[in-house]
Design a protein around this ligand. Structure first.
Ligand code: GLA
Length: 389
């Protein structure tokens, strides 16, 4: 849908003459560094060409009206800008409402109401951060419409707070950060402990980033995501009885091995092991990419999947079936689950000339094992949340 159509829909649905402005915020794919963000480690995502778009205009009264062309059944959701509250029945609208609530809590002057019309082309529930992109689309729209002058970096933290405190999903910063700060042609190496980051050129010479959607929907709110986070935090507490660390991401593999007995529960020990090793893999992978060693990068992706499967236990049979099918194909440098897990997508590095055969053969193997039909998208790294003219 182009911006002209979105503007027409805005007039139709809200019945207003006022011309809206249009904004967008992308989804993301994480190349490596999974379940490391809330463990104070590194992540390596890039923003995608899939986006949430929003057409928005301020109102003269205090009403907030929200509508999504992806969830038309929910209809128009209304709220009073002074009294925004979470309500499960508001469904998808809790994401934009959460962002407005956080802005108000931080005392940004949202002095009038607003009409916001959403539409997105990010596959839903696929682990490509459709929720974070709704938050960032709302953030960037509010930022411009109310003239708040908040840097995108800060908008990512506002999005995360909405997700954590309003929606109740204890996610880390990765998704919102990637959606806010994405850069065309680059991945972002983000240190989630300090929030320092650098852009890494994605110079893949003849290799494609292929996203393989299991089409097994994942719902992190109802999944074991919050439990994994609690297990990691408990493991950290036990290590802190001896080590002066703030996060698992501060440990090397050697330091972890020398101290892991401090963690009583073997399951929590495995969770912590993943967080430590995955963080080190991510740093190494970024280095390999810079050196142009995609083969080594791919092998680190494979090791990441195995660790997420065996130690962090967030894959499940669909993601494992997809990764295994990918590993068996010629021209594949590496493949791993991406995002929160428990369904969603696998990301693979595939030589350009092998892509078509890959899709055909992986689909066959995957469907035979799981009964689901997969989808495939070639990813390109794009810019973060912004106004569209
Ligand atoms: C979800 C969360 C992120 C991150 C990933 C796992 O996408 O929103 O913060 O924890 O899972 O790496």
């Amino acid at each position: 849908m182009n911006t002209t159509t979105l503007k027409q829909k805005f007039a139709e649905i809200f019945g207003t003459q006022q011309a809206p402005r249009v904004f967008c915020a992308p989804g993301r794919v994480n190349l490596i560094g999974e379940h490391t963000d809330y463990n104070g480690g590194h992540v390596f995502p890039c923003a995608l060409s899939f986006n949430t778009y929003v057409a928005g205009a301020l109102r003269t009264d205090g009403q907030v009206r929200l509508y999504s062309l992806n969830f038309e059944k929910t209809g128009i959701i209304t709220a009073d800008i002074q009294h925004i509250a979470y309500d499960k029945k508001q469904d998808w609208a809790n994401y934009p409402l959460g962002v407005l609530a956080v802005l108000l809590k931080r005392e940004y002057p949202l002095h009038t109401g607003v009409d916001l019309l959403f539409w997105g082309d990010i596959p839903l529930g696929a682990g490509l951060s459709s929720s974070a992109s709704i938050e960032l689309a709302t953030g960037v729209a509010a930022n411009h419409l109310y003239d708040l002058r908040i840097p995108n970096f800060e908008l990512s933290k506002i999005g995360q707070e909405a997700e954590n405190k309003f929606v109740g999903m204890n996610s880390g910063i990765m998704d919102q950060f990637a959606s806010a700060m994405g850069k065309k042609g680059h991945a972002i190496l983000l240190d989630c402990n300090t929030l320092s980051y650098q852009y890494a050129p994605l110079d893949l010479r003849g290799v494609s980033i292929l996203i393989c959607n299991t089409n097994k929907p994942h719902n992190l709110i109802e999944s074991k995501y919050n439990e994994r986070r609690a297990q990691s935090e408990h493991a950290l507490k036990q290590l802190q009885s001896k080590l002066p660390i703030h996060a698992l991401g501060e440990l090397t593999e050697e330091e972890f091995e020398a101290n892991k007995q401090l963690i009583q529960d073997p399951v929590e020990r495995k969770r912590a092991k993943h967080a430590v090793y995955e963080n080190r893999r991510t740093l190494l992978a970024a280095q390999k990419l810079q050196q142009g060693d995609l083969k080594a990068f791919g092998q680190l992706m494979n090791a990441s999947h195995v660790s997420l499967r065996d130690d962090y236990e967030v894959t499940g049979q669909e993601l494992d079936a997809m990764a295994e099918a990918a590993w068996a194909q010629p021209g594949v440098l590496g493949a791993r689950m991406t995002g929160g897990g428990f369904g969603g997508c696998v990301v693979a590095l595939v030589q350009d000339e092998a892509v078509e055969a890959f899709k055909h053969d992986v689909a066959k193997l995957y469907t035979a094992r799981t009964g689901y039909m997969p989808d495939f998208y070639v990813a390109s790294a794009e810019d973060g949340a912004r106004e569209l003219n």
